[in-house]
Design a protein around this ligand. Structure first.
Ligand SMILES: [Zn+2]
Length: 403
């Protein structure tokens, strides 16, 4: 039953503790807090880790591992539809997912301190590699289909693919719709029926670009142009004439199981609605800048009362899968939000949204000992602020990987 002393312990559910200890028993946390007084621990029983901060493994609440081979191939664009047009072109020219790139991305994510991941996948190519990794979490098997018929068959075929996957105690799989502009009402309904059976989390890209708001409110604009260009426009689609959140509410998706990804163009009313439904907003600010979606209104996300989690999105729109780097960007664009709140978003909020908070997201007795030890200079006084200032993989160790 090793006990480690560290300059900082960050339980997340309580303020940072200076000169604290963490005790591990059978791969679980037995205790995390101040050094117990009186009898109990003898100095010889304690392994002193020195100037490090112990904190929970991070949660990447939105990525697409199967797009990892696209790293650096789709340049930033001024408008999201332009970026998507380029991405589709690159995908068409190469025409394959690369398992080697997925495996490297999983390794890189773990070196960056990720313990839990929400991976969005069309091909399910990531599932086997995730199953073999130390990552925990969810694969959202994402369905796209705005124009086509046979939504029930599409969903039945997807469920078959999921049923044929090998056993993976660390990874659960759920169906998920891609976005309001790429999924027909019939397909939304068929996924919704499936969702009610599973009662698990569900993820959808929502209000990512201003063009999406245009499409839903008046049935026109750059998204419609692109869908027509791709032969994917659905002439029978009734323009909802409302906001994306109202649209999801009508379709039955506005629940506490929802991970609403991006939300760059949500207004105050939308945000309050998400908060009331206890849905989770997943913000990926570096991707939003890259794709031309815009800068997410992160301070308004928090003031709405919604639960906010953090994702990197894929390597097609992000330089790396480092959630610490995403936190540094959040600090840059949301200077008024407390560092501890941002750290909670990158740990506990994501773990709760993905149904993994029984083992991840905070340092509490009974939770997994797969936690981080990040080197912190002795001169640091505000450890939370330091940890959201940009942490490199070289400064990160896993406590259960220390010898
Ligand atoms: Zn995405």
């Amino acid at each position: 039953m090793p006990t480690y002393a560290a300059r900082w312990i960050l339980p997340i559910v309580a303020p940072p503790i200076s000169d604290g200890v963490i005790t591990i028993e059978s791969d679980r946390i037995a205790y995390a807090g101040p050094m117990p007084e009186g009898e109990g621990l003898r100095p010889d029983d304690v392994i002193d880790l020195g100037p490090v901060a112990i904190l929970p493994g991070l949660v990447n609440a939105h990525t697409h591992l199967e797009l990892s081979w696209m790293g650096g191939l789709v340049p930033p664009a001024p408008r999201m539809t332009d970026w998507v047009r380029r991405l589709l072109q690159v995908r068409l020219e190469a025409g394959r997912d690369d398992p080697g790139a997925i495996a490297s991305a999983i390794d890189a994510a773990q070196r960056c301190g990720t313990a839990v991941v929400a991976d969005v996948s069309n091909s399910l190519a990531s599932h086997e590699l995730l199953a073999q990794s130390r990552l925990q979490g969810v694969v959202f098997h994402e369905l796209v289909g705005f124009a086509g018929d046979g939504a029930s068959d599409v969903v039945a075929a997807a469920r078959d693919r999921v049923d044929r996957l090998g056993d993976a105690p660390n990874i659960r799989v759920y169906l998920a719709p891609h976005a309001p502009y790429s999924v027909s009402v019939a397909l939304f309904d068929a996924i919704h029926r499936e969702m009610e059976r599973s009662d698990g989390p569900c993820s959808i890209h929502v209000a990512e670009s201003a063009e999406e708001i245009d499409l839903l409110s008046r049935g026109a604009g750059a998204w419609r142009d692109l869908l027509e260009e791709l032969g994917a426009w659905n002439g029978t689609w009734a323009v909802p004439g409302c906001s994306p959140v109202d649209y999801l509410a009508r379709l039955g998706f506005l629940t506490s199981n929802l991970l609403a990804v991006h939300g760059v163009h949500l207004n105050e009313v939308d945000l309050r609605q998400l908060a009331r439904a206890r849905a989770t907003l997943v913000t990926c600010p570096r991707s939003n800048a890259w794709t031309g979606a815009g800068i997410p209104p992160v301070e308004r996300f928090y003031s709405s009362g919604a639960r906010v989690a953090v994702g990197t999105d894929s390597l097609a729109s992000s330089p790396d899968l480092n959630i610490f780097a995403e936190l540094a960007e959040l600090r840059r664009i949301a200077p008024t939000i407390r560092a501890g709140t941002l750290l909670e978003s990158a740990t506990l909020a994501g773990a709760e949204a993905l149904g993994t908070a029984d083992r991840f997201g905070s340092l509490e007795p009974g939770k997994s000992a797969h936690v981080l030890a990040v080197v912190v200079p002795e001169t640091v006084e505000d450890v939370e602020e330091y940890l959201i200032g940009g942490i490199e993989p070289a400064w990160i160790r896993w406590l259960d990987g220390l010898d």
